[in-house]
Design a protein around this ligand. Structure first.
Ligand SMILES: Cc1cc2nc3c(=O)[nH]c(=O)nc-3n(C[C@H](O)[C@H](O)[C@H](O)COP(=O)(O)O)c2cc1C
Length: 221
């Protein structure tokens, strides 16, 4: 009699949280970028979505955050900063700094903008996230801008480049701009980091964190 073979258990698919902090919620530009990432993630990962415009604040999202192996945060650029939804979320997340909710959790960031300020938003956001305890994978943050998209759409076609001096330069330049295709790299690197961490299981340490006194009055005049 043939013994019954147990099939080896399949590894659990990574669980990714898509956190949409856009002012426009599910109907905005950022939502379109996050939808694109969801489609890229779907073959390899399970994902949950949370839209702060619909369910604002940190508490509304903390269960989804706890369940997530990795997070994608998307926001527009508003007066050189991220959305007020994201600001509220980060302020309310302060007591969770350095906890298991964040510690070593890979986070990717997608910022949208019209023309200027988005890179500052991205860099500062990544700085905040790494201080909360997150892990920022390489090339895991992009800024998608109307300016870059318009420039790319109006760049001269290849054949023209050969005949127009200077035009080739413009075409080359737009190819270096961040665009929607780069979301595939962001997705790949986020998943790569998530799977690597699962194997490596690094033991991160935290420095002491004041979780109660950070909002006390301290001024002495
Ligand atoms: C109040 C407000 C302020 C904005 N400030 C900027 C800005 O400083 N720089 C910029 O490039 N775009 C700015 N924009 C454009 C948005 O960043 C851009 O349209 C973004 O894609 C909006 O994302 P959303 O559609 O997901 O809300 C602003 C838009 C609004 C509504």
């Amino acid at each position: 009699m043939l013994g019954r073979m147990n099939a080896p258990a399949l590894p659990r698919r990574p669980q990714i949280l898509l956190l949409n902090a856009s002012l426009a919620g599910d109907t905005g530009n950022t939502a379109v970028a996050l939808d694109h990432m969801a489609a890229l993630l779907a073959p390899q990962a399970d994902f949950a979505r949370h839209t702060l415009a619909t369910a604002p604040g940190f508490v509304a999202c903390s269960d989804a955050l706890a369940a997530a192996d990795a997070v994608v945060i998307g926001t527009g650029t508003h007066w050189d900063s991220w959305s007020n939804h994201l600001q509220r979320f980060l302020e309310e997340a302060t007591p969770a700094e350095g906890t298991a909710l964040w510690l070593g959790k890979p986070v990717a960031c997608v910022v949208t903008e019209h023309s200027v300020g988005g890179k500052g938003v991205l860099s500062r956001l990544q700085g905040v996230l790494v201080t909360l305890g997150c892990l920022i994978p390489p090339m895991s943050g992009v800024v998608l801008s109307l300016a870059a998209q318009t420039a790319a759409q109006s760049a001269p076609f290849e054949p023209d480049c050969r005949s127009l001096p200077g035009a080739a330069k413009a075409t080359d330049a737009t190819q270096d701009f961040w665009c929607a295709d780069d979301l595939a790299v962001v997705t790949h690197n986020l998943l790569a980091a998530t799977l690597q961490l699962r194997l490596a299981q690094p033991s991160w340490q935290t420095w002491p964190v004041d979780r109660t006194g950070f909002d006390q009055r301290w001024i002495s005049l």
